[in-house]
Design a protein around this ligand. Structure first.
Ligand code: NAP
Length: 239
């Protein structure tokens, strides 16, 4: 790929899990990639900038640093950073609810808001929000998480309507159960119960999500916007 075709890709929470697989997939395709991380060192071979997505100033700084590294605006932003704080509704504290909304939903909003200035100038851009099958399917014990993830659908669709005419697409990728640290902590019994409901009969790898994100970011996907693309082995069909 010659350097004029390379895109500037920023992946939040790209130091591990699905975000890391996404970053590696873009890099393998020849794009320029910067990941955000919060502590320690960025993974080997990847350029990282620090970002705390609950803090607008931190997001702003991360983009400014990334733009310096790229030598231009971000073309593709993947809002991937996310957390869970699962518990039953009756027991859920305000803090558990707010922390998940602030990270998963408001964090994606902060990144999209910061990203669009450069995208509007370039008249091209890809905003990809990592949601979850749970956003539209619902899940007991995850009222905060599901609310944050379904909120991303309204966010992406509104961005699509606002900026669709400027060469910018905004889409939601909704993974099902993916083998990462987030799902490694689930009790065995719960994992078995989930497996029984997934038509594909298995969990996915982070690379399977990364491949879809890369497609949505490609020129070939220019006419896909405001969509919710499931990568869930059929778990959420019809939702
Ligand atoms: N795993 C699944 O089965 C699954 C299914 C559907 C959707 N998802 C979604 O996919 C995304 C990635 O999930 P994963 O399984 O890869 O999770 P993970 O392994 O737990 O990684 C989460 C990433 O988000 C970062 N992060 C969390 N809070 C942050 C904050 N406030 N500011 C900046 N970064 C923050 C983490 O950074 P640190 O390393 O600093 O903590 C880490 O890089 C999440 O949005 C998740 O909801 C996952």
């Amino acid at each position: 790929m010659d350097s004029s075709e390379q895109r500037n890709v920023l992946v939040t929470g790209g130091n591990r899990g699905i975000g890391l697989a996404i970053a590696r997939a873009f890099e393998a395709a020849g794009d320029r990639v910067v990941i955000t991380y919060r502590s320690g060192e960025p993974p080997e071979g990847l350029t990282g900038v620090k970002a705390e997505v609950t803090d607008s100033a931190s997001v702003d700084n991360a983009f400014t640093e990334a733009e310096k590294i790229f030598g231009g605006p971000v073309d593709v932003v993947v809002a991937n950073a996310g957390i869970t704080r699962d518990t039953l509704l009756m027991r859920m504290s305000d803090e558990d609810f707010d922390a998940v909304i602030d990270t998963n939903l408001a964090g994606a909003f902060r990144c999209a808001r910061r990203a669009v200035t450069g995208m509007i100038r370039k008249r091209r851009g890809r905003i990809i929000l990592i949601s979850s099958v749970v956003g539209l399917y619902g899940s007991p014990g995850q009222t905060n998480y599901a609310a944050s993830k379904s909120g991303l659908v309204g966010l992406a669709r509104s961005i699509s309507r606002e900026l669709g005419g400027r060469g910018i697409t905004a889409n939601v990728v909704a993974p099902g159960f993916i083998d990462t640290e987030m799902t490694a902590v689930l009790p065995e019994e719960q994992k078995k119960a989930y497996l029984a409901t997934i038509p594909a009969g298995r969990f996915a790898t982070p690379e399977e999500v990364a491949a879809v994100v890369r497609f949505i970011a490609s020129d070939e996907a220019a006419y896909i916007t405001g969509a919710v693309i499931p990568v869930d082995g059929g778990l959420g069909m019809g939702h």
